[in-house]
Design a protein. Sequence first.
Lengths: 275, 381
Amino acid sequence: MKIPEIFEFIRVDERLPHILCPGCGIGSAMNAMVRAIIESGLKNDDVCVVSGIGCSSRIPGYIDADTFHTLHGRAIPSATGVKLAHPELEVIVIAGDGDLLAIGGNHFIHAARRNLDMTVILINNFNYGMTGGQASPTTPQGKYAKTAPYGWTERNFDACAIAQASGAVFVARSTTYHVTHLRTLIKQAIKKKGFALVEVISQCPTLYGRLNRMGDAVKMLEYFRDNTISISQIKDPKEAEGKIVIGVLHDVEAPEYYETYKEIIRRAQAQKHHV
Amino acid sequence: MKTIVKSLLAPRKYFMQGNIACAEGALAAGCRYYAGYPITPSSEIMEHMSIRLPEVGGVFMQMEDEIASICSMIGASWAGAKVMTATSGPGFSLMLEGIGYAVMTETPCVIVDVQRAGPATGQATKPAQGDVMQARWGAHGDHRIIALSPWSVQEMYDLTIKAFNFSEKYRVPTILLADEVVAHLKESFVVKPEIEIYNRDKTLTETPFGTQEEDGVPPMPCFGQGAQLLVTGSTHNEYGIRKVADPDVQERLVTRLCKKIDNHKKDICLTERYFTDNAEYLFVAYGISARSSYAVVSELRESQINAGLLRYITIWPFDEETLKECALEAKVIFVPEMNQGQLVLEIMRILPHQKVIPIPKTRGEAIYPSDIIKVFRKYHE
Ligand SMILES: Cc1ncc(C[n+]2csc(CCOP(=O)(O)OP(=O)(O)O)c2C)c(N)n1
């Protein structure tokens, strides 16, 4: 693809330069998302990008489409209203791990259960970037964060496993190293009718990377390169131990929420009226 | 834009519960998206919406909590729908952050708070008027909302329609501050053949978050209309662009959010006066407390006592002028409320040199005319 095409979806006015730190992975995720949108044949007016609060959640502000920067943790319920009141819109949620899994965790599981058509892109940088590197629900046990100076005592969530268990019809994972792969997954997620999650393992060299002595952004990306395994390559589960499993982890068919609700409308209108 | 539409219900007299009348008022006003979470004493609104919304092609959602409810309705409002949620004290507390977001993003939405006795879980099935100040000041940051207080089943219907109209016209969350008594009361009310409704101005504009005037309401294009909107709860300029470090932008925005309400009080503030001309004993009340006060005032008038009632239909913004006018000749001003004294604080502030007597009741019961008379007797020689 020619580079200029992505600028049709990016606000180049007063919004740039962006707020992301040098080496941050969120820009790569945004790039993959924008290209996936374009390759899906969507136009600016077809898309609504919804977020909560955080570094990841600042992405919609750079997108030239309808964008909805909501409250911390509330991207999914806000997107739910948008989609149900305007079902033709392609609704894409972009969220950080704290936003989606801590304060917004309840909405996340219920949206997956409902299976309303939306694509959720989780940018997992293992910490709260925006507020300065505190621990998050995805911080691995023993790792350091601003609120885990002695190492994090809690165990971490596997967002993909939660989504699958909650009823999501499409669950996939990639990293900011595997940008082409990531773009393909987001495209698949957009195409999928129902609740689709793409987890993007991302580097935060400024905070999580520094606090855990992981080196600069390049070092962190190299870590992702050397420590991932594609789901299709796993023959024995032992091979995946300690690795980041990438690829389409779950892909099933289930009735989409609004399609089901349309049937409710049809039935209610056939037998009205109840006063 | 103001328009006259046919009522959704056939025009006639109905015998209904307040909560059901409220739901019907919402549908008549054009509500096509409802999201809520069950809570006594408001649940009948939700249940009725679950039956009726699909009949009119709308969407009903039972969300996972009140936070999700208010956020999803704000989303639906930006996608062009007229939206509502209903709750009671504990749920209303959870909605406050969302209300603040709706204020900041100027999102039309209606929140029904059927007040019950608190604090906390309190008396879930019992009436109170304890959320008056929370409705006004609950969301953080300097802001304005509109709050209306119905005293009958008729008003559960009429004021719900009004709440939608104000909310659409001023792009502000509007709260129907009901109480358990009016919500569960069954009485007859009239549906007129036609009602006046207000549909928001969806004109495509470059500046959906600002106006030339310091108290203006900009048009609100919605998602999917091609406006490529930037909607954010952070401080933003007229285009919607975040400007969180710019003191001028913050000042201009917050000033307009307040002035667009304050400067339109003439349109928003609804009150009713009963025998207030030259009243020596003025009762100031709202909601079901006003109904008991009305009984008291009628009785006193029969005994040739110069008593009057000023009823606040719009509680917020508060109509100071009408209070001052009605209180001109008043020796004593009584404020019966089903709380420890909330709106009375506003009245004391406005009338610092007059005798203002609160009549609080927080027993989880309606305030009865006898409760009011008892206090009145102490001040009437
Ligand atoms: C209700 C509320 N609580 C706390 C905050 C402060 N806050 C802003 S962003 C954030 C966490 C962001 O972390 P994450 O969601 O992981 O996203 P990232 O910044 O790492 O992309 C927090 C706690 C807030 N804005 N609102």
